[in-house]
Design a protein around this ligand. Structure first.
Ligand SMILES: *[C@@H]1O[C@H](CO)[C@@H](O)[C@H](O)[C@H]1NC(C)=O
Length: 249
């Protein structure tokens, strides 16, 4: 579960400031982890006896969480039991909420509104809930003296870019990736045919969420006098398959 261990990045996106509103804050988490959506008015005044609403934009079930003087209500069914605020933070002027076990479907634009503040203050938060499954090699075989590799990334969000690399980190030529979309998830299959043996990586990159993960495979062949013996039996020796995940901040 190393991947779900809080991949929380707070990025202030310059250029997304609208009028005199504060900028949009982007929150990125992996699915099944918890997402904190930040909201703190500049006045830092005690909010315990105030009102604030969290709304998800462009959603038919837009009410996320409503607070008024200590009375709370979760809005839409899908948020029920999954959203709460920080009781002890209100007096510090902090109306952030937490969404437990975030799902890909929770991704979207949220607004925190203080209807009573004059002027009314609104805070925009873009939540991206990523799914970053590790790639895996599902085909490693020889056709003649050519090595055929196929790698699959199953059920990722956002759509990953997949590539093969050799042990020196060079990106290897590959066929056009096959992309299947199901719900909001993407399954990407990438194939290539190579004429050398090496330690290869299949790398899955999701730039939007600054995430990268890869699988690694060592392919060696029986060699005679430095030449590949393609008359006899070509045996691929898999010295090991490793999968590693890296989070690039
Ligand atoms: C508001 O409270 C949350 C939860 O404790 C915390 O993560 C966040 O940093 C706080 N924000 C500010 C501006 O103090």
């Amino acid at each position: 579960m190393a991947l779900t261990a809080l991949t929380l990045l707070l990025l202030l996106l310059p250029g997304s400031t609208r009028g005199d509103e504060p900028g949009v804050v982007q929150v990125v988490v992996q699915e099944d982890s918890d997402a904190i959506l930040p909201c703190s008015p500049s006045t830092k005044e005690n909010l315990e006896l105030k009102a604030f609403n969290w709304i998800k934009e462009n959603d038919s079930q837009r009410d996320v969480f409503l607070y008024q003087s200590g009375v709370t209500s979760t809005g839409a069914e899908k948020f029920r039991g999954r959203v709460s605020y920080f009781t002890d933070e209100l007096k510090n002027g902090n109306a952030s909420i937490i969404i437990i076990n975030a799902t890909i479907e929770d991704s979207g634009n949220y607004i925190c509104v203080f209807p009573q503040l004059v002027p009314e203050e609104r805070f925009h938060v873009e939540l991206v809930v990523g799914a970053s499954p590790k790639p895996y090699f599902n085909q490693v075989n020889f056709r003649g003296n050519r090595l055929h590799l196929q790698c699959v990334v199953r059920g990722a969000f956002p759509k990953p870019e997949v590539e093969f690399q050799d042990s020196a980190g060079n990106v290897l030529p590959a066929e056009e990736p096959k992309v299947l979309e199901s719900g909001q998830r993407y399954t990407v299959t990438l194939s290539t045919t190579l004429t050398k043996t090496d330690r290869f990586r299949c790398v899955s990159k999701q730039k939007e969420i600054h995430h990268e993960t890869f699988a690694e495979i060592n392919v060696g062949v029986g060699e005679k006098n430095g030449k590949v013996d393609n008359r006899g039996s070509l045996v691929a020796v898999f010295l090991g398959v490793f999968s590693l995940a890296a989070v690039l901040a």
